[in-house]
Design a protein around this ligand. Structure first.
Ligand SMILES: C[C@](O)(CO)[C@H](O)COP(=O)(O)OP(=O)(O)OC[C@H]1O[C@@H](n2ccc(N)nc2=O)[C@H](O)[C@@H]1O
Ligand SMILES: Nc1ncnc2c1ncn2[C@@H]1O[C@H](COP(=O)(O)OP(=O)(O)OP(=O)(O)O)[C@@H](O)[C@H]1O
Length: 322
C-alpha cells in the first residue's frame, strides 16, 4: 500500500496496532551521587521478564486512553491515570509532534505489570505506545523514527523507557538511559511478590540520599559487577543469585518495613537470590529452574508475605508488534 504523502497519516490504512511489552527486574542497581539535575548516575543492569502489558493503538477522532487489567492478572489499576498524565498518552503526543501529524489515536492498555511496583510498568506502556504510534503514523517506506530515534524519544519520557524498547539484558549508564545490550547465556526463572500499594520512585531515591547523608560517608561511584557479568554470560543461576544487588533496597525497606520480611522469607524458602525490584515494593526471587520457581511461588504464597505471587522468565525481547 502506498504512503499517503505529507500530512496524510499512514493510519488511514491501518486499523489498529497491538504492541506487547515486558516488565524489568534490575539485576544490579548501583546508585551514584545525586546530580545537579535531580537524577542519579547509575550502573543499572536491566533484565526484561515475561510479565507483559499490551497497548493497542487505533486511529480515532481524538486522543483517548483506557486501562484494564489483563485477564488472569491481579493488577490494581486504580493508580493509573486515564488522562494526559498517562505515560502512553505522553508517548503518543511525542510521536505525533515529531512526525508532524495530529495525535488522533485511542490507546487501550491491558496491564499485567504491577502499578508503581518497581517493574517499570508505566515506562513499558510508554515504550509500547511509541512503537505503536510510529507504526500508525510513520512512513513505512522511509521511516523518520528508526530504533535510535525511538530510544531518544523514550529517554525524554523516563529513564526506564529506552530499556523497555530494547528488552533482553542491558547495562544502563547515565540516568539508566544510555544502554549497552549484554548477551545472556541462558534463561533465568523468577518469582515476584507484589505488594498492596506502590512506592514513589522519587521518594525512594530521596530516602536513599537521606540514609547516605545520615551515614556521613561519601557515595562511591558505582561499578559494574564482574561476578554478575560472568554469571549472566554463563547462564549460571546460582552465581547470578549471589551477585544480585540493589542500592535502593535499604531505602525501599525504610519506607515499607514489611519488605524486609518478604525478602527474608523468600531467601529462607530457598531462593538463589532475593531482593527488592528497582524502587519496589515488588520483591524478586531467583529460582534454579522452572520447577524450582513453581515450588518457590507456592511456598511464598502460602507464607502470606505478598499481595500476589507471579512467575516469569527472562530475558525476553522488548516492545514487539503482535
Ligand atoms: C528505579 C528504576 O526503575 C531502576 O531501573 C529507575 O531508575 C527509575 O526510572 P523511571 O521510573 O523511568 O524514572 P524517571 O521517570 O526518569 O525519574 C523519576 C524520578 O526518579 C529519580 N531518579 C530517576 C532515575 C535516576 N537515574 N535517578 C533518579 O534520581 C528522580 O527523582 C526522578 O525525578
Ligand atoms: N501507563 C501507566 N501505567 C502505570 N502507571 C502509570 C502509567 N502512566 C503513568 N503512570 C503513573 O506512574 C506511576 C509509576 O508507575 P509505574 O508502574 O511505572 O511504576 P514503577 O514500576 O515503580 O516504575 P519504575 O520501576 O520505572 O520506577 C504510577 O503511580 C502512575 O501514577
Amino acid at each position: 500500500m502506498a504512503w499517503g504523502g505529507p500530512g496524510v497519516p499512514y493510519a488511514r490504512w491501518v486499523t489498529s496496532v497491538t504492541v506487547r511489552v515486558p516488565a524489568k527486574v534490575n539485576l544490579q542497581l548501583g546508585v551514584g551521587p545525586l546530580r545537579d539535575d535531580g537524577y542519579h548516575d547509575l550502573v543499572n543492569v536491566f533484565c526484561a521478564v515475561s510479565l507483559f502489558d499490551e497497548v493497542t493503538a487505533a486511529p480515532a477522532d481524538d486522543l483517548a486512553v483506557t486501562v484494564q487489567a489483563a485477564p488472569d492478572a491481579q493488577v490494581a489499576i486504580g493508580g493509573v491515570p486515564v488522562d494526559g498524565d498517562n505515560l502512553a498518552v505522553r508517548a503518543a503526543r511525542l510521536v505525533a509532534d515529531r512526525l508532524g501529524v495530529r495525535p488522533l489515536v485511542s490507546l487501550a492498555i491491558r496491564k499485567a505489570i504491577p502499578v508503581a511496583g518497581g517493574m517499570a510498568g508505566g515506562s513499558a506502556d510508554a515504550a509500547a505506545a511509541l512503537v505503536a504510534c510510529a507504526r500508525l503514523w510513520d512512513d513505512p517506506a522511509a521511516p523518520k523514527l528508526d530504533l535510535d530515534a525511538l530510544l531518544a524519544l523514550g529517554a525524554e519520557l523516563g529513564s526506564d523507557v529506552p530499556f523497555a524498547l530494547l528488552g533482553g539484558v542491558a547495562v544502563g549508564l547515565g540516568r539508566g538511559e544510555r544502554l549497552t545490550p549484554v548477551p545472556a547465556g541462558g534463561t533465568f526463572h523468577w518469582v515476584f511478590a507484589t505488594a498492596d500499594g506502590g512506592l514513589s520512585t522519587p521518594a525512594v531515591y530521596a530516602e536513599c540520599d537521606r540514609l547516605r547523608a545520615a551515614q556521613g560517608e561519601e557515595t562511591p561511584w558505582p561499578a559494574e559487577s564482574p561476578e554478575l557479568m560472568a554469571a549472566l554470560a554463563a547462564g549460571d543461576a546460582r552465581a547470578l543469585g549471589a551477585a544480585l544487588t540493589n542500592d535502593l533496597q535499604p531505602a525501599a525497606i525504610m519506607l515499607r518495613p514489611s519488605l524486609r520480611r518478604t525478602v527474608d522469607t523468600g531467601r529462607d524458602l530457598g531462593a538463589l537470590g532475593a531482593l527488592v525490584s528497582g524502587s519496589g515494593p515488588t520483591c524478586a526471587f531467583l529460582a534454579a529452574d522452572e520447577q524450582h520457581a513453581a515450588d518457590l511461588a507456592a511456598a511464598l504464597a502460602a507464607a502470606d508475605v505478598a499481595a500476589s505471587v507471579v512467575r516469569a522468565h527472562g530475558p525476553v525481547p522488548g516492545a514487539t508488534i503482535l
